[in-house]
Design a protein around this ligand. Structure first.
Ligand code: BGC
Length: 834
C-alpha cells in the first residue's frame, strides 16, 4: 500500500521532481509566484480606493447593479463612464452583427491552443470595435450529460482540457484590452429548472472536476470577471454562496476582479450582499437602495461590505483601461476579415470525423446531393450564445464553391415535403377547407369561448400583441382542429414551433409538442399515412407572457423526387441535427435526433450506398437507429459562419479532418455514468440533484464502470494514419516531468494529429480515475514525416484533492504515463516513481 503522507517527494527509479519539503499543491500558487501578467496593480487599486472614498452611500449602492441590461452605470461627477458588456462565448451579441465563430465545444475539439488564443484575440477585437469592455465568456461548465442545452457553449467533459482551452481564450481576449468573464460559477451542468435545482456536489469533486477551469482562469491568467450561476450549490444559491465566492474565489485563489450575477440569478438582498457578489445584473432587484439601506441601518450588512464591491468593480475597470474605451457607432461596424479567417481556421480543425467506412470520404468526384434540414443554413445553439453574423456559408454553398454549381444539387425540406394544408378541412365532413379555431382568454383552453373562426393556415407571430382587439396579449390559448384524408400512401412530416406551449394530437393521441412556458422552440414528428384514411388533427397552444408565436406545417414526403435525385448523385450528404430552437439555453434536449430526421436518414440510406451524415449538435447523440446504415458520420457541432466552407474542404479532401472529441459519446444515454443522478432524484420539495458519480464523470466514469462508449474521449478519424514510438521520460527543471516521443505520419495524406498524455496513480489511498488527461499537443505532419514531441507535466498532474487537509496532494509511489491518439488507444506506456 502507498503511504498517505503530505508529503516529501522522494524520487526513486527515475529522478524526476525535486519538489523539496513536503508539500501540498496549489498553496501560494498565485500569479505573482508564476510571474504572469498582473492586470490589477497596486496603482489601479489605489485609484479605485480614492474614487470609492468620494462616493456617497447611495451612489455606491446604485453602482453595484446594472442601470439597464448589459451596462455598468456611469457616475459623471467622478469621471466614471458607462461600461458596455456583451455576450458571449462564440461572438458578440446584443444589437450588433458580428463574426459568428464556431461554438465552444468545437473550439475544444481543435485541441489547438494557439488557435484558441487567436479566437480570444478575435473576440477581443470584435468587442472593442463595438465599444464593449466586458465580454461574457468563456463558459466553462463541465459536460456531464448530452442533454444539457448549453453544452455547445462549453469545452467538454474534462477539467484539464477545459482549463487549457479557457485559459487560452481568456488570454486572447484580455490581450486586446477587453475583460473576459468566466462563467457560470459553478456546477451549472443542466438547463432543466436551472433556477431551482441544487447541484449537490462533494468538495473533492468540485475541486477536481467543476472548479479547475475557474481556478486556472483566476490564478494563472488573471481573468477580470467571474459570473455566478443560476443554480444553488449544495443548497445555497451561487450568488449567496460565501464559501464559493469568498473562501474559495477570493481567499484561496486570490481573485481581485468583478464577481457578477447571471442575468436574474440574485434571489435575496442580504444573502447576496454578504455572500460575496459584487454586481447584480441585468438591473437591481435585490441589491438596491430601498433594500440595502435598511439592512445597513440594522447592521445586517455593513457599508464596508458595499465599499469592497465597488472597489472590485472599479479597480478592474481601471486596470483594463475601460474608462478610455472608444464609443464607436454600432451602425458603422463592418465585417472583420481577420476574424472571419479565424472562424474558418477553427471550423477546419474542430470538425470531428466519427465514421468513415471503406474510406467513403473524401468524395473526390461525381455529383453530390445535399439535403436535410441544415443543408442550406448554418445552425447554431440558442439563447444568449446566439450571434447574428454578416454572412454565412452553408454546406451547400461550400460544396458549390469547390465543385461548381452543376456538380451539387440541393434538396431542401420545403421541396422534399409537399405542403398538404389545402387538404385539411374543418371536420370529417370535408366541406370547409381550413382549420376550425377556438380562442380563449385563459391559459388553459377553459372558460367562455372568445371567438371561433376558420383559418387556412396556422402561422402567427403576434409578438407582444393580442391576436384580436379585446383579447389579452398574455394568458390566452387557442385550439385548432381539422381533418385530413390521405390521397396516397406516404409519410407526413409535421412541424410545430412556438412561444410558449404547443402540442399536436392526431386522432386524440399526442404525437409531439413542447407544453410549457418557454421561448421559441420547434418540434417535428413523422407519421405514415394510408390512402383514403382520415386523420383528425388537433393543435393546442397557449401564451404565458411576453412574445406569442405559433407555426404549424404539414408536408408529405415527395418520394419520387427523392429517388430521382438520389439516382443522379454519386455522393450524398445529409445535414441533420439540432438548431437554436431545439438545443440551447433554458431547456434540455432529447438524446436522439428527431424521429423525422432519423426516418429521412434511413430512407436515404436504403436507396443509396454513399451516404455521409453531418450532425449539428452541442454534444453526443443517439446513433442506434441509423448510425450503422450510413457510410460516414461527421460531428460538425455548430461550426460558425464559415462552417460550410470548412466542411466542404474536408468532404472533398482538400484538407484532412483533425478534430477530436472533448467528450465521450455513449451508445445509449443509460450508459452515461451520470444517468441515475442527472435529473431531480430525490422526492423532496426542493429540487436537488446529487452528483452521486463524484469525480467519475465522462471517461473517468466509463473506465470505472467498464462500459465502453461508442466514441471515446479524444477520438477522431483522419484521412491519414500515425505511428507512435520512442517514449522517454526525464526530469525537466524543478517540479516537472518531460515526456518525449515520436509521431510519424504513415498514411498517404498530410494531416494533423493530437497526441494525448494521461496519468494514472497506480495505488492510492482514495479512489482515483484509471487515467486522467494531463497534457496534449497537436502537430502537423506531411506524409512520411516524423516529429519528436515533448510534453512537460507539472506536479499538478499527479495530485488529487485531499478532503482532510483541503489541499491538492501527491502520494509518493508509482504512476503510469500513457500516450496515444485517444483515451481508448494509448500505445505508449511507462511507469515512473515519485
Ligand atoms: C446567461 C448568461 C448570459 C446572460 C446575458 C443569461 O441568461 O446564462 O450566460 O451571459 O444571460 O445574456
Amino acid at each position: 500500500m502507498k503511504q498517505k503522507i503530505i508529503f516529501s517527494f522522494i524520487l526513486s527509479i527515475l529522478t524526476i521532481c525535486s519538489y523539496g519539503q513536503p508539500k501540498t499543491i496549489g498553496e501560494n500558487n498565485s500569479s505573482s509566484a508564476l510571474n504572469l501578467h498582473i492586470y490589477i496593480t497596486k496603482q489601479a487599486e489605489q485609484r479605485a480606493k480614492e474614487l470609492v472614498s468620494q462616493m456617497t452611500l447611495e451612489e455606491k449602492i446604485d453602482y453595484i447593479s446594472g442601470p439597464r441590461s448589459f451596462y455598468i452605470r456611469a457616475i459623471p461627477r467622478l469621471g466614471i463612464p458607462e461600461i458596455r458588456l456583451a455576450d458571449g462565448p462564440q461572438g458578440i451579441r446584443n444589437n450588433t452583427k458580428s463574426t459568428l465563430y464556431p461554438c465552444g465545444i468545437l473550439s475544444a475539439s481543435t485541441w489547438n491552443k494557439e488557435l484558441v488564443r487567436e479566437l480570444g484575440r478575435g473576440l477581443g477585437r470584435d468587442a472593442k470595435a463595438r465599444g464593449v469592455s466586458i465580454l461574457l465568456g468563456p463558459g466553462v461548465n463541465i459536460y456531464r450529460s448530452p442533454l444539457c442545452g448549453r453544452n455547445y457553449e462549453y469545452f467538454g467533459e474534462d477539467p484539464y482540457l477545459t482549463s487549457e482551452v479557457a485559459s487560452q481564450y481568456i488570454q486572447g481576449v484580455q490581450e486586446e484590452g477587453v475583460i473576459a468573464t468566466v462563467k457560470h460559477f459553478a456546477a451549472n451542468n443542466q438547463e432543466w429548472s436551472r433556477h431551482n435545482v441544487s447541484s449537490d456536489v462533494d468538495e473533492r469533486t468540485l475541486q477536481e472536476i467543476y472548479f479547475p477551469a475557474f481556478r486556472k482562469a483566476v490564478e494563472e491568467v488573471q481573468v477580470g470577471a467571474v459570473m455566478d450561476s443560476y443554480n444553488p450549490v449544495n443548497g445555497v444559491h451561487a450568488t449567496e454562496n460565501s464559501w464559493m465566492n469568498i473562501d474559495i474565489l477570493r481567499k484561496k485563489w486570490g481573485f481581485k476582479g468583478i464577481l457578477m450575477s447571471d442575468w436574474s440569478s440574485v434571489y435575496s438582498t442580504v444573502g447576496a450582499a454578504n455572500g460575496g457578489l459584487d454586481l447584480e445584473m441585468p438591473t437591481g432587484k435585490f441589491m438596491t437602495k430601498e433594500k440595502l439601506i435598511p439592512a445597513i441601518k440594522n447592521g445586517i450588512v455593513t457599508e464596508a461590505t458595499i465599499d469592497i464591491k465597488v472597489q472590485h468593480i472599479l479597480q478592474t475597470l481601471i486596470a483594463f483601461g475601460c474608462f478610455d474605451m472608444p464609443k464607436n457607432s454600432l451602425s458603422a461596424i463592418k465585417d472583420d476579415t481577420q476574424s472571419k479567417e479565424t472562424a474558418l481556421k477553427l471550423a477546419r480543425e474542430g470538425v470531428v470525423l466519427l465514421k468513415n467506412n471503406h474510406q467513403t470520404l473524401p468524395y473526390r468526384k461525381g455529383k453530390t446531393l445535399v439535403l436535410g434540414p441544415n443543408a442550406d443554413i448554418i445552425p447554431t445553439g440558442g439563447g444568449s450564445g446566439f450571434v447574428t453574423p454578416f454572412s454565412v456559408i452553408s454546406v451547400y454553398d461550400g460544396m458549390r464553391k469547390i465543385r461548381g454549381n452543376e456538380q451539387v444539387e440541393l434538396l431542401t425540406d420545403s421541396t422534399l415535403y409537399k405542403d398538404i394544408s389545402h387538404q385539411i378541412y374543418t371536420d370529417d365532413k370535408f366541406t370547409h377547407q381550413g382549420f376550425k379555431s377556438e380562442y380563449y382568454t385563459t391559459r388553459n383552453l377553459s372558460g367562455a369561448l372568445f371567438l371561433s373562426a376558420v383559418e387556412p393556415q396556422i402561422n402567427y407571430s403576434w409578438k407582444y400583441d393580442a391576436p384580436f382587439a379585446d383579447m389579452p396579449a398574455d394568458q390566452f390559448s387557442v385550439r385548432w382542429t381539422g381533418a385530413y384524408r390521405a390521397d396516397k400512401n406516404g409519410t407526413i412530416q409535421f412541424q410545430l414551433a412556438g412561444d410558449d406551449g404547443y402540442r399536436l394530437f392526431v386522432n386524440d393521441k399526442q404525437i409531439t409538442g413542447d407544453w410549457g412556458n418557454h421561448s421559441f422552440s420547434t418540434r417535428s414528428a413523422f407519421m405514415e399515412v394510408k390512402t383514403g384514411e382520415v386523420y383528425r388533427l388537433r393543435i393546442e397552444y397557449f401564451d404565458n407572457v411576453g412574445e406569442a408565436t405559433i407555426k404549424f406545417r404539414a408536408g408529405m414526403m415527395d418520394e419520387k423526387h427523392l429517388t430521382a435525385s438520389l439516382k443522379q448523385a454519386r455522393n450524398v450528404i445529409i445535414c441533420a441535427g439540432f438548431n437554436s430552437s431545439t438545443e440551447g439555453e433554458g431547456f434540455d434536449r432529447p438524446f436522439a435526433l428527431s424521429h423525422g430526421q432519423e426516418y429521412l436518414i434511413n430512407k436515404v440510406a436504403s436507396l443509396h450506398d454513399n451516404v455521409t451524415v453531418i450532425v449539428n449538435a452541442g454534444g453526443g447523440i443517439d446513433f442506434r437507429n441509423w448510425g450503422k446504415n450510413v457510410q460516414a458520420i461527421i460531428m460538425a457541432w455548430y461550426p460558425g459562419q464559415e462552417g460550410g466552407q470548412a466542411l466542404a474542404e474536408i468532404i472533398t479532401g482538400k484538407i484532412s479532418p483533425s478534430g477530436k472529441l472533448p467528450i465521450s459519446i455513449e451508445e445509449k444515454w443509460e450508459d452515461n455514468p451520470v444517468f441515475n443522478s442527472y435529473y431531480d432524484n430525490r422526492n423532496v420539495p426542493h429540487k436537488r440533484v446529487q452528483y452521486a458519480e463524484g469525480i467519475f464523470v465522462g471517461y473517468r466514469g466509463y473506465d470505472q464502470t467498464g462500459k465502453k462508449p461508442l466514441y471515446p474521449f479524444g477520438y477522431g478519424l483522419s484521412y491519414s494514419n500515425f505511428a507512435y514510438s520512442n517514449m522517454t521520460v526525464e526530469k525537466s527543471g524543478e517540479n516537472c516531468v518531460k515526456i518525449s516521443f515520436d509521431i510519424k505520419n504513415i498514411g498517404k495524406t498530410d494531416a494533423a494529429e493530437t497526441a494525448q498524455v494521461y496519468v494514472c496513480d497506480i495505488q492510492s489511498s482514495v479512489p482515483r480515475p484509471l487515467k486522467e488527461l494531463k497534457g496534449y499537443e497537436k502537430v502537423y505532419l506531411k506524409r512520411g514525416e516524423t516529429k519528436h514531441i515533448s510534453i512537460t507535466l507539472t506536479k499538478e498532474a499527479f495530485a488529487f484533492y485531499d478532503i482532510s487537509s483541503h489541499q491538492f496532494i501527491i502520494e509518493p509511489g508509482e504512476f503510469k504515463i500513457l500516450v496515444g491518439p485517444s483515451s481508448e488507444n494509448l500505445p505508449l506506456a511507462t511507469i515512473i516513481t515519485l
